[in-house]
Design a protein around this ligand. Structure first.
Ligand SMILES: *Cc1c(COP(=O)(O)O)cnc(C)c1O
Length: 383
């Protein structure tokens, strides 16, 4: 079959709405202008409800990992210790970041696909009372599982250790309550649920995190959050040349998000996730994260003897439908179907149909159309 129209269901980057693409196609302006300041202020303001915060949301020109690094270097000093939840590739990244900056990372290892238990954090804090922070993901995109941030925050709130949460694939997907939960640093990136190309990161700090970063002597330059806070809050500009077009795009995508209203955005993601899980199960696949599945990306384990990498390649190269496989221990075993970005429930019919075709070609047996029917059934129940 000729692959003419392409479909993007990767858990980042995602497809971008035409309105946002047009906004980003506007002629570039200089960033030290009232016009840019207005766009920056409005984008930062519109981000707040997605984080669930009244704190300042700072925009950085970086992919999401830039904000992760900023959290590490602004809140900790070399030689200090922290706890990090490693339940997948992104949790592992916290450990690598800490090590790269000469900090000690105490790992809380979580089986892939499982949520961390708050007692594990409590235990780790007891064993390593010198820990200055706890680093975790709200949604571990590599295993398609969510972690209970509110419950972990209930533990960290009681002590001195700050809670740093990577909200990439959570912010804009399901409700986040940074302030109410007591999260100290919360961050995300542009190329997931914010419906933008890669290149922008956002981070907000609690009052106690702001105090920590103000006193922190760790050398830093580009990702100096003290400097960014002063620039963005007080001077309505960024410390360095900002990603101007992406910030225009962010404004537009947040306008779309708030136009739809956040409760409906979250409901849409819930329906897409439930429909995708139903499709997987109807095709005889198992969920990698049955207890705490992420609403932004669904992980389906393929039957033994089938290589998920081949399925992913077949779907992309022969059907024009991009999904993602598994990494590390899940290489060859997992298909990850993202449902973030410019997608709605009906788009999951396409994903399910392509998955069926690839599975059938690989010799997996199931009732033809069962996955598509499961998606249809879930959509029909919500309209
Ligand atoms: C995508 C993603 C990141 C950021 O990765 P970048 O490639 O730097 O944007 C970090 N954490 C999670 C959970 C993600 O899904």
């Amino acid at each position: 079959m000729s692959v003419f129209k392409k479909y993007l269901y990767t858990p980042g980057p995602v497809s971008v709405p035409p309105e946002v693409l047009l906004e980003m196609a506007r002629p570039i302006i200089h960033h030290r202008t009232p016009e840019f300041s207005a766009a920056l202020d409005s984008a930062r303001e519109r981000m707040r409800p997605l984080f669930g915060t009244r704190q300042e949301v700072l925009l950085l020109a970086a992919s999401g990992s830039g904000a992760m690094e900023a959290a590490v270097t602004n809140l900790l000093a070399p030689g200090e210790a922290a706890i990090f939840v490693n339940g997948g590739k992104f949790g592992e990244r916290w450990g690598k970041l800490l090590a790269a900056h000469g900090m000690t990372g105490h790992e809380v290892k979580v089986e892939w696909g499982r949520p961390v238990r708050p007692e594990q954090i409590q235990e780790a804090l007891r064993s390593h009372p010198e820990s200055r922070a706890v680093f975790m993901q709200a949604s571990e995109t590599s295993t398609c599982a969510i972690h209970p941030v509110a419950d972990v925050a209930a533990v960290t709130r009681r002590g001195e250790a700050l809670l740093v949460v990577d909200g990439i694939t959570s912010v804009g997907v399901f409700e986040q309550k940074m302030d109410d939960w007591g999260v100290d640093a919360f961050l995300t990136g542009s190329q997931k649920a914010l419906m933008l190309p890669p290149g922008l990161a956002m981070i907000a700090l609690s009052e106690r995190a702001l105090q920590r970063t103000a006193r922190n002597r760790t050398p830093r330059f580009y990702f100096d959050l003290n400097r960014e806070l002063k620039a963005q809050r007080d001077e309505h500009t960024t410390a360095w040349t900002p990603a101007v077009s992406l910030i225009f795009g962010l404004n537009k995508s947040l306008e779309l998000i708030h136009g739809e209203t956040l409760p409906r955005v979250y409901e849409r993601h819930r329906v897409m996730a439930e429909a995708t899980r139903a499709a997987g199960m109807a095709l005889g696949l198992k969920l990698i994260a049955p207890d705490s599945p992420a609403p932004g990306v669904t992980g389906l384990l393929v039957p033994d003897g089938i290589d998920s990498g081949k399925i992913v390649r077949m779907m992309r190269d022969e059907l024009g439908v991009s999904v993602q496989g598994g990494q590390d221990q899940m290489k060859g075993r997992l298909v990850r179907i993202g449902h973030m970005g410019y997608l709605g429930p009906f788009d999951m019919l396409t994903a399910a149909s392509a998955l069926e075709i690839a599975l059938a070609r690989m010799g997996h047996r199931f009732t033809a159309g069962a996955g598509v029917a499961a998606v249809h059934e879930r959509i029909a129940r919500s309209v």
